[in-house]
Structure formats: C-alpha cells, structure tokens
Design a binder for this molecule. Structure first.
Ligand code: KE4
Length: 422
C-alpha cells in the first residue's frame, strides 16, 4: 500500500490541506522526507528543485541555518507559555518598522485567522456589516470569505462550500479585480453599509494577477470617500515583494494589513495590524474580541524574527529579483523558441504560466487557462526533477537558496516539458 493510500484511510483525502493532494493535476502526491536549501527529497528518495516553498513562507529556502538555529535555541527554553514574551514585542516592533502603516499588530496562528479577525475588527470599527472581496482572490477559509460570485459581475456572495450559511455570505459582496467600476457600483448599491474591501494587492490565488494602472490607488480613494476600510491581504506578498510588502512596492498604505507565511519562517503564524485607532479596538484594549492559545508562539516568533532579519540584509531583494528574472526571462525565451505564447505574469520572485493565449488580468481571463495542459506541464516538470505548484491557479516561488545551477536545470526541464505538450 502506498503512503498516500495509507494516509487516505485516516486523513480526509490523505492530506492536511486540499491543494497538496494533486487533485487538479492527477497522480499521487510525493511525500516529502526533508528539505534542504532549494530542494526537497521525497519518500522514494527522489530530489526536486522546489518552487512550492511551503506556498510562500520559505523565502530563504528549506533549513536555513539561521532560522533553524533560532528555533533550536528557542525550544531549549520551552515551546509555549501562554504568557507574554519579549520576542512578541520584538516581532511587533520589527513588523511596524518594516511596514509603517502597521502602527500596532496582533499575532495569530494562520492567515485565515488573521483575515477572519481583521474582518471582525473592520465591522466593529465601522459598525457596518457588509464586506467586499474580489472574485479569484483567496483569503483563507473563514465562512464569510468562502463565497463565489453569483451570476453576472456584481453579486452577493453565495457559499462556495457546504456548511457555510447563506445568512453569513449574504453580507459578502464580490467585485472584479482590476475593474474599479464594479467597486463604484457596489458602493452605489450599498451606501453606508460596507465595512471594508479586502484585496490581495498582487493576487496569487488565481494564478498571479497584477494590479493594472491605478487600480489600487483608485480602490484606496473610493474606500476613503465611502468611509470603508481598505484591507491588504499580504499573507503572500508581505515581505515577499519588498521589505515593506506590496504596500511598499506600490506605495499605498491600507488601513489594515494581514500577514502570514514569511513572518513565521515556516512555523504556524499569522498577523493583522494597522492604524492605532483601529487596532486599539481589539480586546483587551477594546471591545472587539479575538484570542488564541498559541498566538505569538515563541518558536514561531524566533523563526520569524530570524527570517525577517535576513530579509533586511543589504540588497536581499535586489539579489532575489535578479535571480528570479533570469528564470522568468529564460522561460519567455523557451516559449519564443517553441513558437508558443502562453500568458506569463511575474513580479519579483513570483511567477505563473497560464495555459491560455489571453492576457490574464482578472478571474475571468485566468479561468480561460487550460488546466489539463497545466497538469501535463506539471508532470513534465516533476519527472525532470522540478516541483512547481500542483495546480494552475497558484504561483511559483523563488527563494534566495535557488542557485544558478537550479535555474539552468529548471529552464532545460521547462523547455522539454513545453515541447512535449500535445
Ligand atoms: P492560511 O490560513 O493557509 O495560513 O492562509 C490563508 C491565506 C490567506 N491569504 C492569502 C493571500 C493566501 O494565499 C492564503 C493561503 N495560501 C494558500 C496557497 N495559495 C495556502 C496553501 C494551502 O491552502 O494549502
């Protein structure tokens, strides 16, 4: 019996998070035994150059020595106390220094928890119930955000999962990414009722879709005019696009920001933060309740602090971008050589090939991608020792641990995998 068969007997779908099960690419998922630098080794002893990188946290790659040492040192003093620690203060001060719009921050244990809490805070602060998200953006699995757009471009959210009451999602409105007219329309139809708009400032959950023109600036202006809070979900882009996340990259300060992934260095973590007058509504300073047994966990704080400190090293992002740009340029060159023109979006160390010839700027254009072709491409890369996301609507993550040799190997595999597509 395979490990996957064994797993499926005791874990739903054999995995602890759905995307890991290879459902959209077919075949059995590889089980990882260990990671080191840019690589992972599976339970059959096969090595892959890894562009999943734990879906974003591992911007330094696997088993970074400084991150590992920080965890090993911390655990000598215990794993959790349920009492405040100086590391939580250090983490909050460092996050606030790196992302100035975050005057105060609350640590939690996942991106989902960060977003769920930020939404509650926005509702408590504005005394409004409705929220707006964009079709194709993913903000974790809390009920209010498990919605899909109904028919047409502008709708109330309808539950995208059983178990989510329509009574909950009726407060969630769905707009279209890069189309500010859909936002204007929602505010026109719901005057004074929208608490917040949550957006991935660079969307990485419908594949990679980037804000066009002044989309983010206009979004901020509309929220300001309408008295709604702008929430940047930077669980992926936070400390990924720059030392100040997407908001630093695009020069826009949201009212609230959610974080995760990188700030835990691979350990369970999430955070939400923003303007002091808003954050001081959070219990016990204020009336909006939120709590967590392992919030600010000392091991996660140690791993996160060690990670963020290395991201502050001179030219870290310039070097990472230069490395990623070699990969992105090589992938474009491979397509040209093969006479292909699949859509390709990239920003800094994030990249995504869509198997469609349409420019991808929103959910509708993203889903024009041929997911069967992606599946074939995925397996073509995997058999050549390159592990990319097992789903079209995810992204490739490049880490500082990826070497020139890794990129050369990846480009060779990429060329051959594209060539053999039928
Ligand atoms: P978590 O609850 O999984 O820590 O974070 C949820 C979340 C929130 N916001 C954004 C922008 C996110 O991308 C995520 C989670 N990202 C996915 C990958 N696209 C996690 C992978 C998985 O679900 O296993």
């Amino acid at each position: 019996m395979s490990l996957f068969e064994q797993a499926k007997k005791v874990i739903p779908g054999g995995v602890n998070s759905p995307v890991r099960a290879f459902g959209s690419v077919g075949g059995e998922p590889y089980f990882v035994e260990k990671g080191y630098g840019s690589k992972v080794l599976d339970s059959n002893g096969k090595e892959y150059i890894d562009y999943v990188c734990s879906w974003g946290p591992l911007i330094l790659g696997h088993c970074d020595k400084d991150v590992n040492n920080a965890i090993v040192d911390a655990v000598q003093n215990g794993a959790s106390y349920g009492a405040p620690t100086r590391k939580e203060v250090e983490m909050a001060e460092l996050i606030s220094k790196m992302i100035p719009s975050i005057e105060m921050v609350r640590m939690v244990s996942s991106g989902t928890e960060a977003i769920m809490s930020a939404i509650r805070l926005a509702r408590g602060f504005t005394k409004r119930d409705k929220i707006v998200k964009f079709e194709g953006c993913y903000h974790g699995h809390s009920d209010a955000l498990l919605v899909k757009a109904g028919s047409g471009l502008l709708t109330f959210g309808t539950p995208s999962s059983p178990g989510v009451p329509a009574d909950v999602t009726k407060h969630t409105l769905v707009a279209q990414y890069n189309d500010i007219s859909t936002i204007e329309q929602l505010f026109k139809e719901n005057p004074g009722e929208i608490a917040c708009v949550i957006v991935e400032p660079a969307a990485a959950n419908m594949g990679l879709v980037l804000p066009e023109g002044e989309f983010l600036q206009k979004l901020q202006a509309v929220c300001k005019r309408e008295g709604a809070l702008l929430i940047f979900d930077e669980v992926i882009t936070g400390f990924r696009l720059s030392a100040s996340g997407a908001q630093g990259y695009y020069g826009i300060q949201p009212d609230l920001t959610t974080l995760g992934k990188i700030i835990g260095g691979g350990l369970p973590v999430g955070a939400y933060g923003g303007r002091r007058e808003i954050m001081e509504m959070i219990s016990p300073a204020g009336p909006v309740y939120q709590a967590g047994t392992l919030s600010g966990n000392p091991l996660a704080m140690s791993a996160g602090l060690a990670t963020l400190k290395k991201l502050n090293e001179k030219d870290f992002y310039a070097k990472l971008k230069a490395k990623a740009d070699v990969l992105w340029a090589g992938m474009a060159e491979n397509q040209t050589k093969l006479g292909l023109n699949y859509a390709f979006n990239q920003i800094e160390s994030l990249g995504c090939t869509f198997f469609t010839n349409q420019k991808v700027t929103n959910y509708q254009s993203a889903i024009s991608a041929d997911t069967k072709k992606y599946a074939q491409f995925f397996h073509g890369m995997l058999k050549r020792g390159v592990a990319i996301a097992p789903a079209q609507f995810e992204v490739m993550f490049v880490s500082s641990a990826h070497t020139d040799a890794d990129i050369e190997h990846t480009l060779k595999a990429h060329y051959e995998a594209l060539k053999e597509l039928n």
